[in-house]
Every structure is written in C-alpha cells, then in structure tokens.
Design a protein around this ligand. Structure first.
Ligand code: FAD
Length: 386
C-alpha cells in the first residue's frame, strides 16, 4: 500500500474514532436518516481535520481503488463516518461518474459542490414494482424523455431514491428512442415531487429513500450526461466502483461491530467464566475474524482489477455477493454474542445489522449477481475442453 493512502487512512481513523463516534447518540439521527444540520456540522469538523472527501486529492485526481479501499474502510467505522468525510453513497458514486463522463461545464456546475461537501446528490434509476418499472432489470425502465426544441421533457415515477429529499444534484435516468439516457438536474425542482419517504430497515442515509413523481421535467439539452442512448453504459461505469465502495464502508462498520462484540464477550460472565471462554461464543468471534479478512481480501482483489482500467463487472459481482453475505453473517453473530444488548439501540451493532441487511438488496441483489455470473459461465464455456 502507498504511503499517501496509509497516511490518509490513519488520519481518517483518528477523526472518526475521536470526533464522529461521540455523535452516534445525537438527537438529530432520525428514522429516515441524519438531519442535514448534523451532516453540515460533521463536515465542518472533517474540513478542519483535513479529512473531507479524502479519496479525491487537491488536484482533482482520485486515489486508486486499492487506496480508496483502505480509506473508505476507516470512514465506515461509524455509520456517520462516511457522511462526515463525504465518502457516503450515493454522492461518492455520483462524483465518480461525473468525474469520468461529465463535460468541463457540467463538472464545475454539478461536481464541484459535491466534492466540496456543500451539496448532496441522488441517483434516480429504480421504479415502482407496482407499475412494472425498472428494478433488478433496468431494461424495464418506463420513465421517458423526449426532445422538445433545446430541452428534454422527462416523465415517470421513481422509487427508493436515496437522499432525493434534500439533495441539490440529481442524476435522472430515462428512456429516449435511442435507449437509456442520463440527465443532470438541479434540485429541488417543482416537476419532481416527493410522494413519500419510504420506511426502510436502514437509517444511515440523509433524506432516506424517496418515491417521486416526475411530471414534465424540462432539462436543457446540455444537461444530458454523455450521449443519448448511452445511459446503461454510463451506469456500468458507476456500478462496479460504487458497489465496491459500499463493500468498503460496510466492512468498516462490521469491523467496529466485531470490536464491540469482542469487548462484550471478554467482559461479560455467564456460568462462571467470560462469554468468550464458552466455545459457542469464541467460535462465533473466530468465524467473524475469518469472514472479515476474506471480505478485505476480496475488496482488495476487485479494486486491483478496477485499477487496471477494467470495468470489473464480473469481479465486482463476485465481490458484492461475497462481501455483503460475509458482513451480514458477521453482524448477525455480533448481535447474538451480545444477547439483549445486541438488539438494543445501546450500541451501533443493531444498526450495523440493519444497514448490512439492506446492502444485500441494493446495487444488485445477491441472486441477480449470481444469475449474471451464471450467464457469463455459460458464455465462456467451451464445450469439449473439460
Ligand atoms: C436501501 C435502498 C436504497 C436504494 N437506493 C437506490 C437509489 O438511490 N437509486 C435507485 O435508483 N435505486 C435504489 N434502490 C433500489 C435498488 O437498486 C433495487 O431495490 C434493486 O435493484 C432491486 O430492485 P427491486 O427492489 O425492484 O426488486 P425486484 O426487481 O422486484 O427483485 C426482487 C427479488 O427478485 C430476485 N431476482 C430478481 N431478478 C432475479 C434473477 N435474474 N435471478 C434470480 N433472482 C432474481 C432477487 O432476489 C430480488 O431481490 C435502493 C434500494 C434500497 C433497498
């Protein structure tokens, strides 16, 4: 690992442990995510500590994916760490996409406020299952866009849009006659109406996850990201690194949950000895260590593939499935080791369990990744070689 990444990661860890963790009981943590006032306060502290947006350097360049991993794992040590350091989803993935595909004008208007941490963003792809819209299968996209003079007019309904409520930048996906398109949109816009913020199992993302109606949204032609019909290709550019950075952050949180569970098991006694000395508990913690290390190695391997310039589609599918499933096992064992305390709000272990459960759905459910890997296996199969 490079010295620069190690130095950033060390600084980030100290900041998260010393300055962010004390906020984990803040009254501004709501059911639909932390309030923006709290996010601003934490970001001001991160700025002072020199750890705001730590994965993007002063000259605008991005750390390599392998370097990003060790930094984002440290921001993830608290559910509030990624928000404080501006490495949270969906902003982190949106910044990456804009950095790769945005024009110079688009970058200065939409990317800069995100990198500086002043604004939040949202990515509008999924649509309601109730009306047969895009979900696991994005090709089912129903939201449409049509050219009217120098503007595109967009109509549709989107669901589970993280952070839409309170975001200033939107990336909206819609279908034209050429295929999928992506648009950069200033928010709020009266043509995008929040129908509701959905009650979900997780609670770490500001603005929660919204269902929105888009009615005759007019977007200037120069706000199209890239070219008409190329939307799914751009989604691919975003997807692999974005799903890997979720793995990084949630690995950090699972590591912290394991620390808390270990502390509990070493202090707490039952039947005349510390819990950790009961084989049933000690083995759960041992299994955690194994899963955590395997997740770390899987992330590092996939990050290395992305660093070669590959899209890493199959590799990030493998990493996403392996890491999200492993971290869910870790979080579940931490809850179990801690008994009643594990399911209480007294520690972040309960939240880690909820957040990581949701992660097995978004950025591709486990089964969808396995299904696409199976298709690749068949594609690559050369009969008669076995
Ligand atoms: C917390 C959270 C945040 C989210 N944030 C965003 C966001 O910011 N922007 C956005 O656009 N979307 C977001 N989403 C939506 C997310 O991407 C979708 O939920 C996901 O793609 C699955 O789509 P769906 O919910 O419609 O499930 P469905 O498509 O209805 O699938 C349901 C289940 O069917 C199974 N399945 C589907 N296809 C296959 C297959 N080929 N083989 C085997 N099994 C299969 C899987 O088990 C899957 O879980 C978020 C979701 C959650 C839960």
């Amino acid at each position: 690992m490079t010295d620069r990444a190690m130095a950033i990661a060390t600084k980030v860890e100290a900041f998260v442990r010393n300055e962010v963790i004390p906020y984990e009981k803040d009254s501004r943590l709501g059911f639909h995510g932390p309030e923006d006032a709290l996010v601003r306060e934490l970001r001001a502290k991160a700025h002072m500590a020199g750890v705001l947006t730590p994965h993007i350097l002063q000259d605008g360049s991005h750390l390599t994916q392998r370097e990003t991993a060790i930094v984002l794992i440290k921001t993830g040590l608290s559910p509030l760490g990624p928000l404080a350091c501006n490495t949270a989803a969906p902003d982190e993935g949106n910044m990456y996409l804009l950095g790769k595909v945005g024009s110079a004008e688009q970058k200065s208007r939409f990317l800069e406020p995100l990198v500086s941490g002043e604004a939040r963003s949202a990515f509008f792809m999924t649509e309601p299952a109730e009306t047969g819209g895009a979900g696991s299968d994005p090709s089912m996209m129903q939201t449409t866009c049509r050219l009217d003079g120098n503007h595109w007019v967009i109509n549709g309904r989107k669901k589970f849009i993280t952070g839409a409520d309170g975001a200033r930048v939107g990336i909206v996906m819609a279908r034209s006659d050429d295929g999928a398109c992506m648009f950069l949109v200033d928010l709020p816009d009266p043509a995008i109406r929040t129908v509701r913020v959905i009650d979900t199992i997780d609670s770490s993302m500001p603005g929660g996850h919204a269902e929105v109606d888009i009615v005759d949204l007019r977007v200037s032609a120069d706000q199209m990201l890239g070219a008409s019909g190329e939307g799914f290709a751009y989604a691919q550019i975003r997807l692999s690194p974005a799903r890997l950075s979720h793995c990084m952050r949630w690995l950090g949180l699972a590591m912290r949950a394991h620390e808390i569970a270990t502390d509990y098991a070493c202090r707490r006694h039952a039947f005349g000895k510390p819990l950790v000395d009961h084989e049933g508990v000690g083995f759960m913690l041992a299994d955690n260590l194994i899963d955590l290390k395997q997740a770390e190695l899987m992330i590092d391997w996939c990050a290395g593939v992305l660093d070669t310039g590959s899209l890493g589609t199959a590799e990030s599918s493998m990493a996403k499935v392996a890491v999200s499933d492993a971290l869910f096992r870790v979080a579940d064992r931490c809850v179990q080791v801690m008994g009643g305390t594990g399911v209480s709000g007294d520690t972040i272990v309960e939240q880690a369990f909820r957040e990581i459960r949701a992660f097995r759905i978004y950025d591709g459910p486990t089964e969808v990744h396995k299904w696409s890997l199976a298709k690749k296996i068949k594609r690559d199969w050369k009969g008669g070689q076995a």
